[in-house]
Every structure is written in C-alpha cells, then in structure tokens.
Design a protein around this ligand. Structure first.
Ligand code: IMP
Length: 187
C-alpha cells in the first residue's frame, strides 16, 4: 500500500463508492478537536460519553489526543435497526455506569443525521444533572436535521449519502475500515 492510499482493499470494494474522509484527514481533524477540548476543559476534565457502536473508532483516537485526565463511559443505543433510514425510535441498549451529577459531560457521536438520536440522548442525560452537557460529533449531515442541534465540536460536514467505515456500519459490517466511504451496495 503506497502513501496516501486507503486500505479498504479488495474485500470491501464492490460495496464502496468514493472516499468521503480519508485516513489522514480523519487523524488530523481528530487531533485538532482533541487540542480544542484540552484547551476548553483545562482544570475540569470532562467525562466522555461514547455512543456505541459507531463512535468506537472516533472515541479511541479522540481520547488519546486529549491531554487531560478524562474519564470515559459508553452508552449503546439502537435507532436504525437494519435499515439505512432513521426510524425515529431510540432504544437504550446499554446505559452508563457512572453518575453524571456535577460532571462536565461531552457526548461523543459518530454522525448526526436527523438529529433524533442526539435529541433523545441530550434529554435523557441532561435529566441526570450534569454540570454541563455538550456534543462532539465526527460527522454532520448537511441539511438533514429534523431536530436542530447545538454541536460544540464537529469533525466534518458531509452530504446526505449513507457512509460506512471508521466505526460506521451497514448491518454491522465495515466498521473496521480506516477511512469513511459512501456505501453503494445493497443494505
Ligand atoms: P439520526 O438519529 O438520524 O441523527 O441518526 C444517528 C445515528 O444513525 C448515528 O449515530 C448512526 O448510528 C446512524 N447513521 C446515520 N447516518 C448514517 C450513515 O450514513 N452511516 C452509518 N450510520 C448512520
């Protein structure tokens, strides 16, 4: 594999369209967000709440780029089932292990599409009396939000196409791609 190429390889190729965000751009942007969080939360290390499973890769890279003693926890929600369109129904599959009261919390999301998942999570977590509650989303789908979301940190604004890789899946596949691609196969 030469420099600048993506490692999608032949195994996924028939289902993948264009590279939407390459590996280098991902790492550079995640580093910038990590530096911003380091600055913004100096003296009050945040609790990072990752939303499984899509935020797995983002969380792993982001937490290592924050130079503060952050804590990390995860929630698992199910919003899509096996389809590629939102159902609007959010189900908590795994709840947090830690108490949020008085904590500075940052929700770490993979992609904000309709905003319904995030809207639900924000209300759900906000009710537990955190000192502050902000959102860090790797991807924001431009113009797709049905619920307006104040997002403190956004990695990339992308078009409406369904994407996979770097944690994002279709039917649980392709989370292990190290860049983000449009999905052109049959869901
Ligand atoms: P929303 O509730 O419509 O904002 O959808 C948010 C969730 O849907 C994300 O956390 C993802 O799990 C999933 N999702 C939305 N768009 C995509 C996509 O393009 N690829 C993979 N998952 C997606």
């Amino acid at each position: 594999m030469g420099e600048g190429t993506e490692s999608a390889g032949h195994w996924a190729a028939p289902d993948l369209g264009d590279v939407v965000v390459g590996r280098g751009a991902l790492l550079a942007r995640v580093g910038e967000i990590g530096a911003a969080i380091t600055r913004d939360y100096a003296g009050r290390p945040p609790l990072l709440v990752g939303v499984l499973k899509g935020a797995l890769n983002f969380m792993a890279d982001l937490m290592r780029s924050i130079e503060l003693p952050v804590e990390v926890d995860f929630m698992a929600v199910s919003s899509y089932g096996a389809a590629t369109k939102t159902s609007g129904v959010v189900r908590i599959v795994k709840d947090l292990d830690v108490d949020l009261a008085g904590r500075d919390v940052i929700i770490i999301e993979d992609v904000v599409d309709s905003g319904l998942t995030l809207n639900y999570l924000r209300q759900y977590l906000g009710a537990r009396h955190p000192a502050s509650l902000e959102v860090c989303a790797l991807l924001l789908k431009e113009g797709e939000q049905r619920v307006a979301q104040p997002l403190k940190y956004v990695g990339f604004t992308i078009g409406p196409a369904f994407v996979v890789g770097y944690g994002l899946d279709v039917n649980e596949r392709y989370r292990n791609l190290d860049a983000i691609y449009t999905f052109v196969g049959e869901p």
